[in-house]
Design a protein around this ligand. Sequence first.
Ligand code: C2O
Ligand code: CU
Length: 476
Amino acid sequence: FLGVLGGTALAAAGCAEISGELLRSRLALPRPFTVPLPIPEVARHVRPGRYELTQRAAKMEIIPGTTTEVLGYGGTFPGPTLDLRRGSRVTVAVRNELSVPTSTHLHGGVTPPGSDGYPTDLVAPGGGAKDYDYPLEQRAATLWYHDHRMDFTAPQVWRGLAGMALVRDDEEDALPLPRGERELPLMICDRAFEEDGSFRYPSPPGGGHSGHTGHMAAVDGDYMEGVEGDVILVNGAPWPVAEVTATRYRLRLLNASNARRYRLRLAPGGRFTQIGSDSGLLAAPVAHDELPISPGERYDVVVDFSAYPVGSAVTLVNTLADGPARNVMRFVVARRAADDTAVPAVLSRPPGRVAPVTTRRFDFRRSAEGVWAINGHPYRPGVPLARPRLGTAEVWRLSSDFHHPVHVHLAHFLVLARNGRAPAAPDAGWKDTVDVRPYEVVDVLARFDGYRGRYMLHCHNLEHEDMAMMADFEVI
Ligand code: C2O
Ligand code: CU
């Protein structure tokens, strides 16, 4: 593992955030808002219904003037965007040319269990391959795909194994929303860099992450909280800038960070009109001044840049951070342009609530032995904590001792309550990931539709996930 990462041991780093301060004089980071926003390539099928993605190591210029080795789908970071259609089944053939095993999960996908990216369902390094089957019997939504290898998801995603996947459908096509160049996928994540430009990631203290090989007790405090970097990347570029016209834009916001949470705001001011959540369009738009987004979550929003004078700079900032990590990216309103788009008052008819058949509790907490666990158990592959029935809904009561962004595979859910009170505005709509805050109890109504079989729920703080804060459930 260490050989693969080739990184400097940073086990003794004194805080959760890896600081670039000392390195800044040697590794010249760009000034914020000087690197143009890249838009990841859209994956092209090799024949209708079949995509081929090869996982390769490649060198990319992330910090201008230096190169960074990435592990990428298609040799790029982010990987190519999968542009998919509801009801059009696809096969994504993943070939692993890396030196480490992988498992690919379509986050938010309603996929058969054999294609879900179970952590031990590995594609062997050095040319192993697997066909992932995505029937896409699901509503239009902003999804993403990423590595899910047992114990090593965090370092492998940090090195680049992630991309976006957009599912579209007729209901959405009929809406007058911004599209084409005015629809921007924005994969937001933080990274830290070594002075030679390579990704900086701490060595797992104790020599491994595994919750079931006995190294847990050796993991030290900063790794416990999750790894953060002080360079914010959007679509793989540091604090980028995008020129926009004074029109509406649709932004597909994804927090692909390992552990960093953001509270996004527009400066000098402005609104996000939320049109969709993790799992598809809302019934009606919701306006926000601020959007909290935890690892794994997505928001589908429209921003109307005609609200700003031509020539203005509109900066996306993270009000949870100070210093360099406060900046995310900037839009520069370059000129006026015609705009025939609108955000209709009625967007879609999402699936309704179904009466729950039972309530189950999942407690995300450090166990008595000091390890990240669910209901007291570090991950036990093959031991389901719940057996919901296909076609039913259940209330899952999620509680925690820390910030744990809880993600459920297969199922989509509505947030019913936080600490017994009505959920907040950003909780609107069907979701697959919810930030459970310290000492909070979040009730969600989860629907189990699609397939029988083995799935999982876990914390999407990727270091917590690797430190065994996962559980199986089986749809029967
Ligand atoms: Cu995005 Cu099981 O993960
Ligand atoms: Cu967690």
